[in-house]
Design a protein around this ligand. Structure first.
Ligand SMILES: C[S@@+](CC[C@H](N)C(=O)[O-])C[C@H]1O[C@@H](n2cnc3c(N)ncnc32)[C@H](O)[C@@H]1O
Length: 311
């Protein structure tokens, strides 16, 4: 039985005279809490899987070790000059890689991998830019199954915004293959992440996930394809909130270059993967240095950072 996410009034029983009527703020936060449960796949009874097919076959440490050994062969010409193995470049032992990949499997019923701290961060920053009237749309580059963008769209309604658009950018074909010459560590991780299907999602599944929450409307726009192709030409004038979750050096750099110039002063950029052992942090640090950005980085959890574009 699916909850009725589109009808906030269904949360109120008119016969219950003993409870105070909910104010607009209470209704909004109750509805946002429901949306958060929805995108996190709770209850985990399979009701929220939509068009997505969960892949729950556990990955073993031995499988990760075998994939790293195979990476030694595939990336030999880049590893040889470094005198290092793929496992050494990846920087994490196979058992921990297996835990990380199985975490993604565990999350496979969800529409987002984000934890509570990251979802709080999105809601807090969305509210801040709406209340302070920072002009511009919201975007997530690296939307996967769309959970965070569903929450962004819900936040627009919850905090009374009537005009902004939420942009949903993803290949919907999984993680791209990084150029080993650009970032060898990303290329090795990509090789290993074949074990979880390279996080491939599908556009129709994401559309239905929005629709099931009653949030698929003209204020949600999709940008399917590689960031380097879609983002520079996207008809986005201004952004107030941009969230980057593309894992790799190239993906993060492409998204920053295309989108940061369109971020309004007072707007926020969130980078989900800054704390991961991929090239994401290098892309962020290089971009900030090249553009003289010294706004302090704040940590949203142990992995994601954000900063506010100075006014
Ligand atoms: C870790 S997942 C995103 C998780 C998601 N934000 C969530 O809430 O759980 C990374 C996503 O980025 C996408 N991606 C990475 N690099 C990309 C690129 N260069 N162009 C398009 N999509 C990309 C992948 O397809 C994948 O869906």
């Amino acid at each position: 039985m699916e909850p009725n996410l589109t009808d906030s009034a269904s949360l109120i029983d008119p016969e219950r005279r003993d409870i105070a009527p909910l104010g607009r703020t209470d209704l909004s936060s109750t509805w946002l809490a429901l949306i958060r449960k929805y995108i996190r796949g709770e209850p985990d009874d399979g009701a929220f899987t939509g068009a997505h097919t969960p892949n729950v076959t556990p990955v073993t440490a031995a499988e990760c070790a075998a994939r790293l050994a195979d990476a030694d062969r595939v990336f030999a010409q880049w590893l040889a000059p470094l005198g290092r193995s793929a496992a050494q470049v990846a920087g994490i032992e196979p058992a921990r890689i297996a835990v990380a990949l199985n975490h993604m499997h565990h999350e496979s019923r969800r529409l987002t991998m984000c934890d509570d701290a990251l979802l709080d961060n999105v809601v807090t920053l969305a509210r801040e830019v709406i209340e302070r009237r920072v002009p511009g749309d919201f975007i997530e580059a690296g939307a996967w199954r769309g959970g965070v963008t569903i929450l962004m769209r819900a936040a627009l309604t919850a905090f009374g915004d009537l005009h902004r658009t939420v942009w949903v950018a993803d290949s919907f074909a999984g993680l791209p293959a990084p150029d080993p010459a650009s970032d060898l560590r990303d290329a090795i991780w990509h090789h290993v992440m074949r074990a979880v299907g390279l996080l491939q999602s599908d556009l129709d599944g994401v559309r239905s996930a929005f629709a099931r929450a009653g949030l698929l409307d003209r204020r949600v726009r999709f940008l399917p394809g590689w960031f380097a192709d879609t983002l520079p030409a996207a008809p986005i004038e201004r952004l107030a909130l941009m969230r980057l979750d593309g894992d790799w050096y190239d993906s993060t750099r492409d998204a920053l270059e295309a989108l940061y110039p369109r971020l309004s002063p007072g707007g926020f950029v969130i980078v989900d993967d800054y704390g991961l052992p991929t090239g994401c942090a290098r892309a962020v640090d290089e971009y900030r240095e090249q553009h003289g950005i010294d706004a302090p980085l704040e940590w949203a959890n142990q992995q994601a950072v954000y900063w506010r574009k100075p006014l």
